[in-house]
Design a protein around this ligand. Structure first.
Ligand code: ZN
Length: 396
């Protein structure tokens, strides 16, 4: 039986017609791809992109790059549902995207969506001659403060810093199969954005401001080309309430059979203390493993993430980690005794237990190793490729 989801205002969109509009100002310039409504119950993304496309018509002679506005889950958007068979923003796994694909991909609605979107975006990437930026517009069921989600590369960070919104660093690495994770691994600079609640006109305005700023920050337009850029930048900065960067430290993974239930009353970025009861499941109460802020508490029925715990990051740590990564300190690690490099992935390291003690979470994060797990008494850590440079620039 299909899960019953709350129905939101559906938009008219043709099945499989992902390309809303494109503008080819300068084929040698940067590329900006913006995806809206990859969750079909989040209409604000497509609504904002349609509006910006109309507004951009008058500026097309000024564009110094390529712009593509895409609709995400077309079949689900039509029905106002988050998805039809499964979450399209968890489907971008290596297995699903392999040439053979998986049965999953052949037989489900989101399988078609995945194939269509992937081949469309690939066709844009292969013709890129300069940096590629991909932004993904989302909204939330509860009202709350907008924020950007950023995978931890120095290129992503420096792009994200230009929007004035609160940045949630390291969330992409905690989730399996997101679209941005996939294109980040292919070398694009990526930015996810939660613009506000699903059906609020404010959310459309926040998305609109973000995309206009993205056009300027990617170098496709100059600030002088956009008449109300100052107001839009001020709108986004005001949403952050002075909170700039929050780092994800813990993910509460859940399975359907756990009967996970979040305690009522939590909002995004609420302060919590270690040991505080946050939720319950069939084994009992779930308490905070550390003090910090609660992030993305799950109040809808479906999902694999109960909540996350994060903490503010001081600018000093960001500066220090940028310096260390530019010096490529992480490359020294692989020559230490007790460390082996994964033969299939040069950015994944195996550390023996003796060494793992000297490699706590904070040091991992400094060097960009956001994925950490213990396996057969070894600590396995991975970082992203394309931290400092992308693959698209200066391609002939
Ligand atoms: Zn979403």
């Amino acid at each position: 039986m299909k899960p019953a989801l709350k129905k939101h205002s559906a938009l008219e969109i043709d099945e499989g017609q992902h390309l809303l509009r494109s503008f080819n100002g300068d084929p040698a310039g940067p590329t900006l791809i913006v995806v809206g409504s990859i969750h079909g119950n989040e209409p604000a993304g497509v609504l904002a992109l349609r509006r910006i496309a109309d507004e951009l018509d008058g500026l097309s002679s000024k564009l110094r790059g390529r712009v593509y506005f895409l609709a995400g889950n077309t079949r689900a958007i039509n029905k106002g549902l988050r998805f039809i068979d499964h979450d399209l923003n968890r489907a971008w796994t290596r297995r699903n995207l392999s040439p053979r694909g998986s049965e999953h991909v052949e037989t489900t609605s989101e399988g078609h969506e995945l194939r269509e979107l992937d081949s469309l975006i690939d066709s844009i990437l292969v013709t890129a001659k300069s940096e590629v930026y991909i932004m993904d517009l989302h909204s939330t069921s509860a009202t709350g403060q907008p924020f950007a989600t950023v995978g931890d590369t120095l290129r992503n960070r420096s792009f994200a810093m230009g929007f004035g919104v609160t940045i949630l660093l390291g969330i992409e690495e905690q989730l399996e199969g997101t679209m941005l994770e996939h294109f980040n691994n292919l070398g694009a600079v990526t930015l996810g954005f939660e613009g506000g609640s699903h059906d609020s006109p404010e959310t459309v305005e926040n998305h609109r401001a973000l995309v206009w700023l993205g056009l300027v920050n990617s170098g496709i337009l100059t600030a002088a080309d956009v008449p109300d850029l100052k107001q839009m930048a001020a709108r986004l900065t005001a949403t952050s309430k002075g909170m700039r960067i929050v780092e994800v430290r813990h993910r509460e993974a859940i399975r359907p059979e756990d009967n996970f239930e979040m305690n009522p009353g939590f909002n995004n970025f609420d302060r919590i203390t270690e040991g505080q009861t946050l939720a319950k499941n069939r084994s009992g109460e779930i308490r905070a493993v550390e003090s910090g802020m609660i992030l993305m508490p799950l109040y809808q029925k479906l999902g694999e993430d109960g909540f996350f715990i994060g903490r503010s990051v001081a600018p000093f740590w960001l500066w220090l980690s940028a310096v260390m990564r530019r010096l490529r300190v992480q490359n020294i690690l692989r020559y230490l005794p007790g460390v082996r490099v994964d033969p299939d992935d040069s950015e994944t390291l195996y550390l023996n237990t003796g060494l793992a003690r000297f490699f706590p979470l904070q040091v991992s994060h400094l060097l960009g190793f956001r994925k950490r797990r213990f396996q057969d008494r070894e600590l396995v850590v991975s970082r992203r490729r394309f931290d400092l440079f992308g693959p698209f620039t200066n391609r002939s």
